[in-house]
Ligand binder design. Structure first.
Ligand code: FES
Length: 163
């Protein structure tokens, strides 16, 4: 099992985050993002307890925050976690069709990961780029005005490189 603690470099980020807020608990959201980034896109077991201690709060408080926001994941995603926005502006400009296209290309439904562990898929709420719809996000990379051709080329290239 991987160590449940930030490394030295991440701890420097933690200290910077703490310095921006009056109380450590106020830094919980950015700390969760940091923890997720440090753990390949998810929060493995034990991180809720670790962050609770770090912020001086309860594990239940941390779990409540993690389960309230759908950007935090407690299940390991694929190496490329794809979030497709299907809110109204994206929905009327092809978000739903894009999601269906990805389901077909990858052979999985939202909430699942491909057998090779390369891709996971999620139907997302607004990704805050409505004027650039349809929008999807791959890990931290926001992609705007996405076309099927772009998606197909990226999937093909990713599969052939295996990365
Ligand atoms: S509705 Fe898709 S980014 Fe806002």
């Amino acid at each position: 099992m991987a160590k449940v603690a930030f490394n030295d470099e991440a701890m420097r980020e933690v200290e910077t985050l703490f310095s921006r807020y009056p109380k450590k608990i106020n830094a919980l959201l950015p700390l969760l993002h940091l923890a997720q980034r440090e753990n390949e896109g998810w929060l493995p077991p034990g991180w809720d307890t670790y962050l609770a201690k770090l912020c001086g709060t309860t594990v239940n408080h941390v779990r409540g925050v993690v389960t309230f926001y759908n950007m935090f994941r407690t299940v390991k995603p694929g190496r490329h976690h794809i979030m497709v926005c299907n809110c109204l502006p994206c929905g009327v400009t092809g978000g739903g069709a894009l999601l269906e296209h990805l389901e077909h290309k990858l052979g999985i439904h939202p909430g699942n990961t491909t057998e090779d562990g390369l891709f996971s898929l999620e139907e997302a709420q607004c990704l805050a780029a409505c004027d650039q719809a349809p929008v999807m996000m791959v890990n931290e990379d926001l992609r705007k005005k996405v076309t099927f051709d772009e998606v197909d080329a990226w999937i093909k290239q990713t599969r052939s490189s295996g990365e």
